[in-house]
Write a new protein. Sequence first.
Length: 285
Amino acid sequence: MQQKRALVAITGWSGFVGSGITDAFLRAGCRVIGLSRHAGGIGRESFEWRPYDLASPIETGDLRGVDILVHCAYDANSPCKNKDGTRRLIEAARLAGVGTVVYISSMASSEDARTRYGRDKHDMESLLDLGRDIVVRPGLVAGPGGLYGAMHDAVARFRFAPIFDGGRQPVYLVARDELAAAIVTIALARANGLYLFAGSEPIALDDLYSAIAASARVRLRRIALPLKLTLRLAAVLERCGIALPISPESLRGIMNLKTMDIPTYERFGITFSDAASVVVRAAAA
């Protein structure tokens, strides 16, 4: 008797991280429902698009029959929309009988994070039940998009990088395809719990800029700056309606970087490339 293919619903499926996860589930033979504001993916085999917006309630019927719900959608400009939308989504998933909810969080997640983003992610993690759900905290996801893509484009275009307090802040990297494959593995195994997904050894922020410059084949100029003073200046200018190339939120994110103990998941057959390899792969993507 042929085994039933898992039905997976993915919010934010067309985004940088979400699209990688969508492709990985399709390659694994799953059926995928893409939940997003704008139509897309029409005509893809084993894929169905359904309208979804964080700001609006979701119909329970849209999730009926779903085995796994992956929540990637996030609106950087609206904390309330994220929290309320995530709460409504999880409530609808429970009513629809969804087996497992997978929430894509961040290594920045912390109750006392310096950034609003990190605190938001932590608040939304608290809406899940780790006895039945999965929370994934990825490192900086490398590839042609997201924050990493913005860093790469800025280095390639302007050929300089701000280096704060020596630039030794640790950054944990994960390739988008490796992250997506790991999420598929644990989701299909129903291996509920909290996961930190990235290479076990960080790369210093200054070294990351150097590696990105090498992959972009540009000569990098460094501008040394004191982090706390720059943050104070950026915050004052922001209140005056003047934006710097790097926002106060991004500067707080740099202040939040710290060394972590990254578990290994070899029992699932999951391994991640080292930071240098990830940068090379991102350049080739």
